[in-house]
Write a protein that binds this ligand. Sequence first.
Ligand code: ATP
Ligand code: MG
Length: 429
Amino acid sequence: MPDTIKTPTRIPRPEHSLSRRNISKAALSVLYQLHTAGYQAFLVGGGVRDVLLGRIPKDFDVVTNAQPEQVKRLFRNCRLIGRRFVLAHVRLSKEIVEVATFRAHHDKGGGGVMEQGRIVRDNVYSNSLDDDALRRDFTINALYYDISDFSLLDYGNSLADLDARVIRLMGEPTQRYQEDPVRMLRAIRFSAKLGFTIEPQTAEPIYELSGLLAAIPPARLFEEVLKLFLSGHAVQSYVQLRHYDIFKQLFPYTDMCLDDPHALALIEQVFHNTDKRLADNKPVAPAFLLAALLWPPISRLVPEKPIKGFNQQEVLLEACQHVLGKQQRHVAIPRRISVLMQEIWLLQNRLTRQRKAKKKSLSVLEHPRFRAGYDFLLLRASAGEQEMVSEVEWWTNFLNSDTKGRESLLAGGSPASTQKRRRRKAKTE
Ligand code: ATP
Ligand code: MG
């Protein structure tokens, strides 16, 4: 869409399907309060897009001509957050509604800062919704729902693109990616989440420009990684990241290992399991997923057979810290998560010790991360690591056994007593 198209099409309420019933109470209340106070207020972004697609939005984003300070004065539970992009977070009951002020293009004032074509601060406010629309990322995210008359405003052929199921950048693609390279990841994320196609002019530059992500603060990339992989569409996101050869910008050391079928299988399996758990409404731990993502480069650094004179656990620890340290320069993993990842990795050694050593190390059962460590072993086995299959079997038997069965397993036998007990129990039931 050329930058010059600024006149939106207004679709009156009877001609569109976005009903107030589909908008959360909190978002509606924020919209009404802004409107009553004399400001313009619109719902925009995912909230409009997802409702029109018949999906339940993750959250609702509101945009207004009120400045952040004015928004703050209007609501009791309001916090201003962000520096690169100042936003008001309004909390109503348990919900947080994000309220942004109309933005203009960064060359229109002093609140925008550019670095080599990249917007590092985007706080040039505007009185015009038209300006705001032009700096939205994709046409399907640039639909506005006007609370004053419940109409929809379509700036970028958005409804047609929603119908055609395409992701199209607003404006000139290369420039829009240079301004904010994260838009490449967002294109992939929305395509994976919605099952939409990235239209050719939006897709093509990604192959060439993916390197621009190196300039993005690793903490911001961490947030994007969570959205890519923990929203229920990890497999599709990963397939597309590989397709555009942009996965290596996020996890370069993992990417280097993907010529190994075991590594590839492990990564695919963990994404698959994550999506499955989310689909089943089960919780997922970012630490577990990230531990799996970084396991291939770590295990490459650890010799298969113990080396005389070297403590296996120390060798593993060193490999973990080395890989983690390098990885942090790309995607910054917060310490509270990396600590858990390290525990899962180190448990791998403890869980795969020789049987005699196992006896000594049964304290591993008391380890707060035992379950995650065991699940990780399971993951490795299911990804084709043959030696892990028997380890998993042993632990599974052990966990399912009574005291006698456990003793027998530790002595190198089978958990016979447990199985007998089970059969007997089954008969009496
Ligand atoms: P979801 O919340 O489902 O992930 P969303 O489209 O609401 O999707 P948000 O990250 O909540 O995405 O952003 C809200 C809106 O802000 C977007 O729809 C888009 O219009 C705009 N936006 C967000 N990030 C960018 C960006 N990097 N560049 C341009 N516009 C953006
Ligand atoms: Mg949103």
